[in-house]
Design a binder for this molecule. Structure first.
Ligand SMILES: NC(=O)c1ccc[n+]([C@@H]2O[C@H](COP(=O)([O-])OP(=O)(O)OC[C@H]3O[C@@H](n4cnc5c(N)ncnc54)[C@H](OP(=O)(O)O)[C@@H]3O)[C@@H](O)[C@H]2O)c1
Length: 300
């Protein structure tokens, strides 16, 4: 056959296959031609024998069993050879195989391309959805005024009156949801105008004028889900729970210590980053110096 095993491995395997196939084809054709010649000779020989031993007036070349059987067998084998060499090869031979392979590879390439395009599209859609989620994410903000010692209020009342701080509060919260504890709601003369007031209480039968009553901070946040910036406005108990949900703190730091019974929770500098500050000195309208400070939660 075709060289030794060592030689075969030294040559490109594709070439080995081609040469082996060519050799196989030559052998097939040689067998066909040999068989053709042999058949012709044997049939001719059978005819001679017929003439010599069994001749009749009528010419019947295959009128005996043995010559008919021999002729049929030879023709059958000839047909098999013929099919092998000319038909099977052209329909299912190497060329046909290669053609099919190319066709399938082309089809496969189109499919792969389509799949890639679909995957790219899906990745783009995912990225867009992610971006939309990020950009539409609520900015839950806690807004408070706390003294240097974190004092918030005493006897359910605010401790100071700072008009610029009230304006600051109004400007920021206008048009938004304001989420508050029941005690803070009760500390105000009425619900805050131009805002959606949400009061949190554990009392199932609690009612509040011009406000929606819910029974947990989570329910309050859910209620405000359409608001891109809902505000948690206190008091101390609600601020403590709100730290976990808030993205931003708008803190008015009053630069003095005060006696109080309600306090703002400590702001952990590992979690909260100061991003903006505006200082205000005391003046005829403001008895205490204060600063507006904005903290953003540091993203993990
Ligand atoms: N300086 C500031 O910026 C500021 C802002 C706001 C308030 N404040 C002051 O803070 C004080 C009020 O604060 P506070 O801490 O005493 O009370 P609060 O936080 O306003 O309200 C507490 C009440 O909220 C309800 N609540 C709390 N957590 C709840 C939960 N997880 N589920 C259901 N209900 C819940 C309970 O109501 P029920 O008892 O009805 O169940 C609870 O008694 C006042 O002095 C006020 O003036 C100061």
């Amino acid at each position: 056959m075709f060289g030794t095993k060592k030689q075969k491995t030294a040559i490109n395997p594709g070439q080995v296959a081609l040469v082996e196939h060519a050799q196989m084809r030559i052998a097939q054709k040689r067998r066909f031609h040999t068989h053709l010649l042999l058949s012709l000779f044997l049939i001719f020989f059978a005819l001679i024998l017929n003439f010599a031993f069994d001749y009749k007036a009528e010419f019947k070349p295959f009128n005996t069993h043995w010559s008919f059987a021999l002729g049929s067998l030879l023709i059958l084998i000839l047909i098999v050879h013929f099919f092998k060499v000319f038909l099977f090869h052209s329909f299912m031979g190497k060329a046909w195989e290669l053609e099919q392979m190319e066709f399938l590879l082309e089809k496969q390439a189109v499919k792969v391309e389509k799949l890639k395009r679909a995957m790219d599209k899906e990745a783009a859609l995912k990225a867009t959805a992610e971006w939309q989620r990020e950009s539409q994410k609520q900015n839950i903000t806690m807004i408070a005024a706390a003294a240097e010692n974190d004092a918030l209020g005493k006897d359910n009342q605010l401790i100071w009156h700072l008009s610029d701080d009230l304006k600051h509060f109004k400007n920021l919260t206008k048009g938004h949801h304001v989420l508050m504890g029941r005690k803070t709601f009760e500390s105000m003369p009425k619900a805050l105008p131009n805002r959606t007031n949400v009061v949190i209480t554990r009392q199932k039968d609690y009612t509040a004028k011009d406000a929606t009553v819910v029974h947990s901070l989570e329910a309050a946040i859910a209620l405000a889900q359409e608001d891109e910036r809902p505000f948690i406005i206190g008091g101390g108990e609600i601020y403590r729970q709100g730290l976990a949900y808030a993205d931003c703190i708008e803190l008015t730091r009053v630069h003095e210590d005060f006696e109080a019974d309600t306090f703002f929770p400590k702001i952990d500098s590992a979690v909260w980053q100061e991003v903006w500050r505006e200082n205000h000195d005391k003046d005829e309208k403001h008895k205490h110096a204060f600063s507006f400070i904005r903290y953003q939660k540091i993203k993990a």
